[in-house]
Design a protein around this ligand. Sequence first.
Ligand code: SF4
Ligand code: SF4
Length: 390
Amino acid sequence: MNLKALSLYDEFFICAYCAYCIDNEAACPTFRSIKHEIATGRGKMLTARYLSKGLLSESQGLAALSEGLFQCTFCGACSEVCLVDIPLTDVYSELKELVQKYLPEGTKRSFEHLIRSNNIYNLDQEDRNFWSVDVEEIYEKWVNKRAEIGYFIGCVASYSSRAASAPVSILKLSQIASNPISIFSPEEYCCGNPFLLGGNPKEARHIARHNIFQISQLGIQTLMVSCAGCYRVFTKEYPKLLNHNLPFKVITHMEYITNLIRTKKLNPRNNKPIKVTFKDPCELGRHCGVYEIARELIALLPGVEYQEMENNRSRALCCGAGGLLLANYPKMAEDIAKRLIKQMEDINISLCLNACPSCQINIDNTLRKMKSPIKSIDITDLVRDRMIER
Ligand code: SF4
Ligand code: SF4
């Protein structure tokens, strides 16, 4: 193993070990859960440094690095606050490629599922339209049809009944707005994020090629996504993996719906009072800098009182589901969500709005376990609700 061959090798030695990535109030959700440094920015930099100096044997060092890398949610809070601007999440991605012999079970399972079935649930691709039962007619009209705007649904919303409401809302709202869109299930494959989060860019590249070919076949000029992970992968990872820009633009479902309201194609009129907050997904916010569109969309909805959580935008707390943590260490994912939910309770809201199905589900699971009255839904579900006059 030649650590020096890593393009970000020098970063191990730039780390000043100041611990700001650990004790900053917004940083490292993992440290707050396990009270151990191994998975923090500083902990991983230190392990990599010891390994490179031979203070740890290769097997000890790689096993310790793997533990640290996979107990990390990839939330990017450490990169955001690092006093010497180390691109920490990029360093983690490089290091993950080195620990392939030491992967935790959840990551191995995710890889097997993707290789066998092209989706994280290891289910039949033909069942990818599971979510569409309530909008079957619209689905049949638009599936695999050419359109200017396409919708990449993502594995979680496609297969999990807990997150299926987002694609249903998007199809219903598009129909109300007379704005046909294209969907390409079952030829949609997972975006490949689990491969990237697990340190296997080679397999992710195959998937990227397939998805881009399918999208291009349908003449799509703008691709909409409703998952923060898919957004990060399409906008930041695919161009790097394929070494070229994408032949279409990528937008979030929030931008799409905001445009429909601004152009008066949708006129939400239900003004029943409701108090809400928005959970900035890490992969959309810190990783891609997308913060304001959610606030702009919410401001267009009648009857909605909006309140920020104490930590928001670049300092938003992680929900705990990212970085394959939910697959590898579900108990930690729940612990981390509890800290976020405490901030929701402090502002007395009834709805947590999400722009990521993994956040939505992990927050929802934890809210249920806590028997909290707060509900966790996709932001477009609230738009759909505002269309119903009461
Ligand atoms: S990405 Fe998040 S969980 Fe991982 S080390 Fe950084 S702050 Fe901690
Ligand atoms: S904030 Fe940056 S420099 Fe300080 S310990 Fe963390 S990674 Fe190292």
